[in-house]
Design a protein around this ligand. Structure first.
Ligand SMILES: NC(=O)c1ccc[n+]([C@@H]2O[C@H](COP(=O)([O-])OP(=O)(O)OC[C@H]3O[C@@H](n4cnc5c(N)ncnc54)[C@H](OP(=O)(O)O)[C@@H]3O)[C@@H](O)[C@H]2O)c1
Length: 283
C-alpha cells in the first residue's frame, strides 16, 4: 500500500490534503526549519494563524522549498482582536503580507467569541465571504464553532463554512459538532489530534499500536483519518515529523477503531478552553 495523502473535496469545489503540518507553539526562529523539513518529507498542507506569530516564517519555508505556490495548501486564521469588519480586512491584508502570498487556500475565524462583540460573529463571517469573492481566500471556514454558532451562520449568512476546525482526539471525540458538520457538508478538522501527546501512553492506544506494529501517534492519527477528519499534527522533532506522515500504508480494523472511540471523556477530555466561554484577546 503506497503512502499517499488523499485530497478531500470541500463544499466549494476546492480540495484539501487530509494530512497537514500544524505550527502552533513553534517559535518563529524554529518555524522555517520545521516547515522546510515537513515539505521535504512530503507534507503539502500547513496550518498557521496570525495568533501563532509565525506566518512570515511559514511563507519563507514555502518559498525556500522550491515548490510552486499552488502545490502547498496554506491555512491561516483571523485573530480574536479583529472581528469587526474593518479590522478583519486589515488583519487579512497583514496575513497575506506576512506570508508574502497573494492568496491563502483557507482562511478561518479562529474563535467564535460568543461573549465578545455583542455576540456578533456573523458580520465577521460576511467579511470572510468578501475575501473569498475577491479570490484572496480560496476557501473560508470557522474554528471552534459549536452547533448553535453554526446554526446561526446557516440562518443569517450565504456561504456555508468549508470546514470547522475543532478540538478532537480520543479523549474528546466531539461527536455532536462533527455530526452537524457531516450533515451540512462542513468538513471537520481535528486540532490537537494527539491531545498534545496526552493520549499516547493510554493503555488502549499502546495495545492497539503493539497489535498493528505502529507507534501510538500513528495509531491515533490513523483513527482520525479513518473517521474522515483532516489532521495536522505539530512537531519540531524531525523523526516525529516523518513518523506522523506514515499513515496511509496501514489500516485499523473496526474493533480497534471502536476501542479508541470508547476512550472519549466528553468535556473532561478537553486540553484547550471551551469555545462557549473562551474570550481571550491578545494584547
Ligand atoms: N484552531 C485552534 O484553536 C487550534 C488550537 C490548537 C491547535 N491547532 C492546530 O492544530 C495543530 C496540532 O495541534 P497541537 O499542536 O496543539 O497538538 P498535537 O499535534 O496534538 O501535539 C503536538 C505535541 O505532540 C508531540 N508529538 C508530535 N508528534 C509526536 C509523536 N509522533 N510522538 C510523540 N510525541 C509527538 C509534539 O512534540 P515535539 O514538537 O517536541 O516533537 C508536541 O508536543 C496546531 O499546530 C495548530 O495548527 C488549532
Amino acid at each position: 500500500m503506497a503512502n499517499t495523502v488523499p485530497d478531500i473535496s470541500l463544499n466549494d469545489g476546492n480540495t484539501i490534503p487530509q494530512l497537514g503540518f500544524g505550527v502552533y507553539q513553534i517559535e518563529p526562529k524554529d518555524t522555517a526549519e520545521a516547515v522546510g523539513r515537513a515539505l521535504e518529507i512530503g507534507y503539502r498542507h500547513i496550518d498557521t494563524a496570525e495568533m501563532y506569530g509565525n506566518e512570515a516564517e511559514v511563507g519563507e519555508a514555502v518559498r525556500a522549498s522550491g515548490l510552486d505556490r499552488g502545490e502547498v495548501f496554506v491555512t491561516s486564521k483571523l485573530n480574536n482582536g479583529f472581528h469587526r469588519p474593518q479590522d478583519a480586512r486589515r488583519a487579512f491584508e497583514s496575513t497575506l503580507s506576512a506570508l508574502k502570498m497573494d492568496y491563502v487556500d483557507l482562511f478561518l475565524i479562529h474563535w467564535p467569541l460568543p461573549t465578545r462583540y455583542d455576540g456578533d460573529f456573523v458580520s465577521t463571517w460576511k467579511t470572510l465571504e468578501e475575501f473569498q469573492r475577491d479570490g484572496r481566500a480560496r476557501s473560508i471556514g470557522v474554528s471552534n464553532f459549536q452547533v448553535p454558532h453554526l446554526e446561526r451562520l446557516a440562518a443569517e449568512a450565504d456561504v456555508v463554512p468549508a470546514v470547522n476546525q475543532i478540538e478532537v482526539h480520543p479523549y474528546l471525540t466531539n461527536e455532536q459538532v462533527r455530526a452537524y458538520g457531516s450533515e451540512h457538508n462542513i468538513l471537520t478538522e481535528a486540532w490537537s489530534p494527539i491531545a498534545q501527546g496526552r493520549v499516547l501512553d493510554d493503555p488502549t492506544i499502546v495495545d492497539v499500536a503493539e497489535q498493528v506494529g505502529r507507534t501510538p501517534a500513528q495509531v491515533v492519527l490513523r483513527w482520525h483519518v479513518q473517521r474522515g477528519d483532516i489532521v495536522f499534527p505539530k512537531s519540531t522533532t524531525p523523526k516525529r515529523i516523518e513518523e506522523n506522515f506514515q499513515l496511509f500504508d496501514f489500516t485499523l480494523d473496526d474493533t480497534a477503531m471502536e476501542r479508541i472511540s470508547r476512550l472519549d471523556k466528553g468535556e473532561a477530555g478537553r486540553t484547550g478552553p471551551s469555545p462557549d466561554e473562551f474570550d481571550y484577546i491578545p494584547a
